[in-house]
Design a protein around this ligand. Sequence first.
Ligand code: ADE
Ligand code: ZN
Length: 326
Amino acid sequence: TDLAHFVSGLPKAELHLHIEGSLEPEQMFELARRNRIAIPFASVEELRGAYSFSRLQDFLDIYYQGADVLRTEEDFRDLALAYFRRAAADSVVHAEIFFDPQTHTDRGIPFQVVADGLLAGMQEAERDLDVTSRLILCFLRHLDEDAAFETLAAAEPWLDRIAAVGLDSSEVGHPPSKFRRVFDRAGEMGLLRVAHAGEEGPPAYVHEALDLLHIDRLDHGNRALEDRALTTRLARSGMTLTVCPLSNLKLCVVEDIDAHPIERMLRLGLRATVNSDDPAYFGGYVNDNYRALIPAGRLDAHDFATLARNSFLGSFLDDVAVTRHI
Ligand code: ADE
Ligand code: ZN
């Protein structure tokens, strides 16, 4: 349709993308072969068939298992470059990508291998595809705060190339308060701060992310809508929400894509953005996420332009660069 065509061509930034979640089954098999690793699936089809989740944890179990094929700097570079090629095809001109260093360091892959590999892919993407990017280091919230401090220490030589810290993995039972001190330290080191909150966790976790972690951006935030005062606070402060429609559908955060709350978020004055989260697992890159919102019929071309503009306003680009994009 005309609207789908318009939406697909809008220049956009992607602000919620786990690079490990962009590992497509085909690339997983290829890296397994290259690194001589056995994977417990007979084919790409069988692996894709296993991507059926009823909650966040179902997905995380298979996502951490998939990351095991990533071993060398070249693997991380190839992973990043494959993502940027797909992003560029979706009119993404800037991406702020998450990585989970602990998923790799805990299985003996040095932080250096992960960071330098990803940074090489990012540099190539900027040179060859004209897609700019930033790196966000996420702490795994199911691990303890000491482990997060160790990860921050390991990252020190790369801090000039890391824009922000984030918080991801199993939300319920691991509130933001668990990471208050390490987020304070990251702030003192000059890093920006983001956190996943209100995906499966309650509105209280969003309050904690604001009050204790001093976040610059809120990842997901769906359940903030259950709390009127919180919604108003987010709107008044101009907080950006990185919303992930197909992820929400696949992880059963929403029951039906046509019932996705993004339209409500916009009407409530929230600075919502559209993102792919873990595109290889959730059935689509950023344009698939935008286009999935069309059939409900509640968003028009102006709304989609607002969502794309929000992605630049909510990015960590400097004002001059944002002005060039909007
Ligand atoms: N890690 C990768 N994707 C995630 C998500 N949607 N929520 C929490 N942790 C994640
Ligand atoms: Zn996420």
